[in-house]
Write a protein of this length. Sequence first.
Length: 148
Amino acid sequence: MAAKSTTTKNKKSNGFTAEERAAMKARAQELKTARAGKADGESDLLAKIAEMGESDRYMAERLHAIVKASASALSPRTWYGMPAYDKDGKLLCFFKPAEKFKARYATLGFSDHANLDEGALWPVEFALKDLTATEEARITALVKKAVS
């Protein structure tokens, strides 16, 4: 006897969510602007931060200040419409606002170019509910390690 499927047969997937489609459109625009030589990474990043809701905007502004202070070698830019930072032209870390994907928390993520390796398993995305001095110190250490 064949195993029964645990998925609902009547539930249809409509593909990407509106938020995902908006992020893809933002990425396409970022690439188009970069190819035209019109990209201004920090201005674009600050404009995206200004569009955020109060909670996400506060965290994004604090993260931007932390990254600038702890890793001046990183270049600010946007990535899929989110604040991000490059090292030598490669994405190193990004801030994903909670409201962008209707999530219950924002995240700070690191790409595979970040030097965060610890054995065979390590986290690369961190949930952010609030930024206190404790979290800011941990983020500073993570960013410094990521660029080392």
